[in-house]
Design a protein around this ligand. Sequence first.
Ligand code: PLP
Length: 347
Amino acid sequence: MIDLRSDTQTKPSAEMRSAMANAEVGDEQKREDPTVNELERRTAELLGQEEAVYVPTATMANEIALRTLGRPGDEVVAEENSHIFLAELGGPAVHAGLMARPLRCEAGRFTPEQLRETVRVTDRSHVPPTRIVSVENTHNSSGGRVWPLDEIEAIAATARELDLRLHLDGARVLNASVACGVSAAEIGGHFDTVTLCLSKGLGCPLGALVAGSAELMAEARRLKHLFGGAMRQAGIVAAAGVYALEHNVERLADDHARARRLAEGLDAAGVPVDLEQVETNFVQVDVGPLGLTPSDALERLWQQGVGLSMTAHPTRLRAVTHLDVDDDDIDGAVELIPRALRTLARA
Ligand SMILES: Cc1ncc(COP(=O)(O)O)c(C=O)c1O
């Protein structure tokens, strides 16, 4: 099976497992786990923030971040298909009591003008205050699209002017950093809180971090415990994160190159792919013009030995490259995907 469903499908390598097996550990809740402490230190530096807090998942990192930034009744503004609105079970409402202000926009990116038009200024008696702006980079549901640094700077400047707090769902911010040749600190430094996921392109079995100022991270640590995310000898898994930061960041460029090669191969074989959209490790395939439903197409692809997955779009599927996909897999996918989709189109 050529598994292109998600970059979450990676399995830890032998070297990563060896780093895990040999990790120094201690009681993480008491901040006595040297490996967790080291991972938090490195990540804070990497993301241009003072501190970082290790948590089991990027969902938890996002939810903790939003809760540190807002109070019940506040509004959070984000793109309408952002992960925090689409895929966290209404967590911002449940965990932080936040109202969602979804924005419709191209490629997951909204403009300073859109933000200005959206922000509500509270009258302290009726109007819920707009408090948080959340940016997702790379943007999952639009196909791993990247926010250029100048657009981030413009949003951050507008948010500051409007007295808004800024969260970066940077689950894949290292893909963005590698794709545009800008350090993760230059991107992350503009935000109050930043989420980084370790279990996607970085290839760890689990783990994520939320980063921010020492003051915000003190609250994040309290919330981590409250959410049931404070662990014990977590260095065993944090060691995978330390290993990934050392070995698996620059190589994200390989995933991006393979996604481009896949997209170009599919395009040449007549599969509807928007080449413009391929900026990182996602390729979106539109099965609508082929007269297929996404679930039929997925089934046929699976039978041919290729795993793709659904997107928020009604007719687009996605293929995602990652650590466990090599050049031969791309060659195989370029051959099998057109075969599977054309067979279906003729059926
Ligand atoms: C942009 C983004 N943020 C957060 C998450 C949440 O990650 P997890 O499912 O590991 O909690 C995902 C997962 O796909 C994501 O794509």
